[in-house]
Design a protein around this ligand. Structure first.
Ligand code: PMP
Length: 284
């Protein structure tokens, strides 16, 4: 495959970075994943804005304009054939000759990007949807989860616990037994027709899919959406549970820690929302 590294396109095996790169040594970097279907990117501007927010927050100075990023993403789509691609963008603080915690003053960020195949666009069909069974456990990551840091070990360990139990995601709650998010997704619940999701704060990533879903639902008067604190008890008592991310879109959860969600099938509201998402996702 063809990748991008610091201004050049090259085959993946020719892309080399220093072992002194702080991305490697400290996980000192920010990343993004943007879905592209037939070369058409979903939520591009919002993804770039989130990345810039992350870079600003950790004081990595990079002078790439949105147009530069667009060009890189488009080139990667063209050079790597595939109808369904995820474009991975990664900016680390860069390489420094000493492994010191303090941010070095004169350091050039390392910019890496590549495209990988993702599954076809999810369908809104109750009998053919990809479903999720999840583990549920206490969130033991850090208190800056709004930053899309490349230091993902906390998320990786949570996902692995789910995988070891035969599940394909892990939903997390904080020390107050409040729902946060999942190891690589945001979470929505439905109870008595009301759709709820935890509010944005330092405990969750501001998911672009979450944002798209809220926008789409708010533009349709038949839905009621709330951003509010949700307890772990409410999660287990929900009529529907969804996990959302760029590649999953609206993913129906059918089992929580082995317990069926309602009748164990994707719900009616999920079906309506995934179908609206399919229809409107490129409008934003
Ligand atoms: N939370 C976490 C921890 C994630 O890793 C992701 C996926 N990047 C999300 C939420 C969903 O974000 P998005 O909808 O932007 O993919």
């Amino acid at each position: 495959s063809t990748v991008y590294l610091n201004g050049d396109y090259m085959s993946a095996e020719h892309a080399k970075i220093s072992p002194m790169d702080r991305g490697f040594l400290f996980g000192d970097g920010i990343y993004e994943v943007i879905p592209a279907y037939n070369g058409k990117m979903l939520g591009f501007a919002a993804h770039i804005e989130r990345m810039n927010n992350g870079l600003n927050e950790i004081e990595i100075k990079l002078d790439y304009s949105t147009d530069t990023w667009r060009e890189i993403c488009q080139q990667l789509c063209e050079k790597n054939h595939g109808d369904n691609l995820g474009i991975y963008l990664h900016v680390s603080r860069g390489a420094d000759n000493k492994r010191a915690h303090a941010y070095p003053n004169d350091i050039t960020p390392t910019v890496f990007a590549y495209a990988f195949e993702i599954p076809p666009q999810p369908v809104s069909d109750i009998d053919n949807a990809k479903t999720y069974t999840v583990s549920v456990e206490q969130d033991k990551r850090w208190q800056r989860c709004h930053i899309k840091s490349t230091a993902l070990l906390g998320n990786v360990i949570h996902y692995q616990h789910g995988a070891a139990a035969g599940n394909n995601e892990t939903i997390l709650y904080n020390r107050l037994d409040e729902l946060t998010e999942a190891s690589s997704s945001n979470v929505f619940i439905v109870k008595d027709g009301i759709i709820s999701t935890p509010p944005l704060d330092n405990q969750i990533l501001p998911g672009i899919t979450r944002w798209l879903i809220i926008n789409i639902l708010n533009s349709h008067s038949d839905f009621k959406v709330q951003e509010r604190i949700i307890s772990k008890q409410e999660l287990f008592a929900a009529d529907e549970v969804w996990i959302t991310s760029a590649t999953k879109e609206v993913g129906p959860v059918v089992k929580l820690d082995g317990q069926l969600v309602a009748d164990g099938k994707p719900g009616q509201i999920w079906q309506q929302v995934q179908s609206l998402f399919t229809k409107h996702k490129f409008d934003y």
